[in-house]
Design a protein. Structure first.
Length: 628
């Protein structure tokens, strides 16, 4: 706020009469599907020679869009963002490519340039930009303790969920992780269990470290009936099938010894229907808000939910998240819920920070009101100033990066852009999509993004690359995607198993057990070695983590060349997604043009610039990192 920005439009279009700078506030609401613009300022730009100039002072933090209304002899046009081209270079403040089009009848169609004005004190923990995540769905990683496996029979009433419909698989390979009948009879569901647990994670910390990861992101580990545990039954207890609270502390302590931080995940938007809070199935002692399917006004949790007393069908008396009745939605404005979630000294948020968590990934962020997240962040940072906050979002997350909500987000925009590129789509398109993030996100958030390729909610990267058609080719494409991930700003994120060739389509097939060799699995060791080589490259070269990204030096159908600068250190990163070698010639930035040679960080021969240009040949589906 208080930031002054100067805008200049240049051009020699004959008949140019007037240029107006239009600034609007951009609102993305609902589940990020409703986009609207609120007028902020219309400034007639002053003509100076062939240029038009204007200055605007942003008085308030916010997500802004701007464009230029251009009046000529022929009518009124919008000078706007060209969505298919790289149009933005922040360092010079000039747009590489813009388009001038007639004003559309629906003004939402104008493609605005973006400016996010964040609070001056927006600090992201400094460690975040050095992170390489290992991302684990704990039920499927490693069974370190057979004694705690979910099993039918016995147990206290509140353990009874373990008897319900549990399909227990003795070995990892017992149930196919590829649908092969088509009739659904082999489908996996929320009640298929394989026995993974925290003991398994502790056993494999050395493995995780050897892979080059220094942060461990875990999908929920708190007591819950399903295998995914987003249906919390006790926010303050590790699920008995995963271990104990002491195991969590041990995991964090053992991880810390190896320089690894642990980031847990939970939903503060909904709980499980089968929980003491709700108790729809009476599996817990009386006292839930919906005991046995009846509204219970006397429950200590009664105010956590909004019930519709005029409905008779229990299913209609409460709201499930996106209609999923297993996940009763909380009233996020209820003071009693906010107290439990983050205000109390031993709130859910504090409870696990105090036991070793380095931050939180927060489920379904857009379903929760912004002021909840603001208060939540304040409470969390008061408890642990260097704790990291990561929002689960799928689209533009700018509004979370104003300094008062989140530090980072799951970067699905990155995933989509990079997977499409590695699968053969144009480098120009990938660059345009990624440059949009660089334009919109404050740099401190941009370099802390959770840059993922696979997740537990989407088909794995190998699947995207058509693993069933040609596995070897799919793996080459995966290597290219990982190369890009490891050389780009933001925290590279490895979804457990990707590094040894695990594939699988949509949920639940993207959650296959890790194929440990000592359990009869066949991890792809060659692929693993390549992952390690690339994480090492990232750790060895600070410029890849800290270096400022400049506007792309080159982007065509196949090749992208990027430049990074960290003080006097430079890196050029280049990738080719073609099945054939490609040669490109790029003009070097001034401070690189006089370099006698650029070293290949992966050990290949050095490259020599000539007359300020560098001619590079990239092998099929490969990348290069050149440093000075
Ligand atoms: C289960 C089944 C699904 C079924 C669903 C609905 O597995 O096949 O479609 O039920 O009946 C958790 C479990 C899921 C489970 C779900 C509901 O992990 O296995 O699904 O609970 O029981 C959207 C949201 C995003 C959300 C995903 C799932 O925007 O926030 O949907 N992700 C988080 C977690 C999930 C978790 C939950 C939320 C609930 O990461 O693991 O699910 O706590 C498009 C849209 C996205 C959409 C995405 C996936 O690309 O753009 O908005 O994400 O598809 O559907
Ligand atoms: Ca176990």
């Amino acid at each position: 706020a208080g930031t002054e920005m100067a805008f200049t439009v240049t051009g020699d279009r004959p008949g140019l009469k007037r240029a107006t700078l239009v600034i609007e506030r951009r609102h993305l609401s609902g589940n990020q599907e409703q986009l609207s613009y609120e007028p902020v300022a219309r400034i007639t730009m002053a003509a100076q020679g062939s240029a038009f100039k204007a200055i605007h002072v942003f008085t308030d933090t916010g997500v802004y869009g701007y464009w230029f209304e251009i009046e000529t002899d022929q009518g009124v046009y919008a000078l706007q963002n060209n969505k298919d081209t790289i149009y933005w270079t922040r360092e010079k403040g000039s747009m590489g490519a813009a388009s001038i089009e007639r004003l559309p009848s629906n003004m939402n169609r104008v493609r605005r340039y973006r400016q996010t004005i964040h609070a001056p004190g927006f600090e992201v923990p400094t460690w975040a930009k050095d992170v390489v995540y290992y991302y684990v769905f704990p039920e499927r990683f490693r069974n370190g303790d057979k004694a705690n496996d979910p099993r039918p029979g016995g147990g206290r009433p509140q353990d009874r969920y373990q008897d319900r419909d549990v399909e227990r698989h003795a070995t990892w390979n017992e149930k196919p992780f590829k649908p092969n009948t088509g009739d659904g009879s082999d489908a996996l569901f929320n009640n298929d269990f394989f026995g993974g647990d925290l003991a398994g994670l502790i056993d494999k910390l050395d493995y995780i470290k050897s892979l080059g990861a220094n942060a461990l992101y875990l999908t929920p580990v708190f007591r819950a009936p399903s295998n995914h545990k987003y249906d919390a039954a006790d926010y303050k207890q590790i699920d008995p099938a995963f271990g104990t609270n002491a195991d969590f502390e041990r995991l964090c302590a053992e991880a810390a010894k190896r320089g690894i931080r642990v980031i847990p995940d939970t939903s503060l938007n909904h709980v499980g229907a089968d929980s003491p809070y709700f108790n729809r199935f009476n599996n817990f002692p009386a006292g839930g808000a919906f005991d046995g399917g009846k509204i219970n006004a006397a429950s200590p949790y009664a105010t956590w939910f909004k019930f519709k007393t005029d409905e008779t069908d229990p299913d209609n008396q409460f709201q499930g998240w996106v209609g999923v009745k297993d996940l009763p939605e909380l009233d996020k404005n209820a003071p009693s819920w906010r107290a439990y979630a983050y205000r109390d000294a031993d709130s859910v948020t504090n409870y696990w920070l105090d036991r070793g968590a380095a931050g939180w990934r927060m489920d379904v962020a857009p379903w929760v009101p912004d002021d909840f997240w603001r208060e939540w962040r304040t409470a969390l940072k008061a408890r642990k100033p260097d704790a990291l906050t990561v929002a689960e979002t799928w689209f533009d997350a700018s509004k979370y990066f104003l300094g008062d909500m989140f530090d980072s987000t799951m970067n699905y925009i990155f995933r989509n852009a990079v997977l499409d590129y590695a699968a053969g789509k144009s480098a120009r398109q990938m660059a345009a999509n990624l440059e949009l993030l660089r334009e919109a996100y404050p740099p401190q958030a941009f370099s802390a993004l959770m840059n993922l390729l696979s997740t537990h909610d989407q088909p794995r990267a190998l699947h995207h690359f058509d693993e069933d058609a040609d596995l070897a080719l799919a793996k080459r494409r995966l290597r290219l995607a990982v190369f890009f991930q490891m050389t780009y700003p933001g925290a590279p994120t490895i979804y457990y198993g990707d590094e040894v060739g695990v594939g699988g389509g949509d949920d639940p097939f993207n959650r296959a057990p890790y194929p440990w060799a000592d359990e009869g699995g066949t991890p792809d060791e060659t692929l693993l070695a390549d992952f390690k080589r690339l994480t090492k490259l990232r750790h060895d070269l600070p410029v890849l983590r800290h270096g400022t990204l400049r506007a792309p030096l080159h982007a065509d159908d196949h090749v992208l060349v990027l430049a990074r600068q960290d003080g006097h250190t430079w890196a050029l990163t280049a990738t080719n997604n073609s099945l054939k070698p490609r040669t490109v010639s790029v003009r070097l930035p001034a401070s690189l043009a006089d370099a006698p040679q650029l070293a290949d960080a992966l050990g290949g021969p050095a490259w020599r610039p000539r007359a300020g240009r560098l001619t590079l040949t990239l092998q099929a589906l490969s990348g290069l990192v050149l440093t000075r």
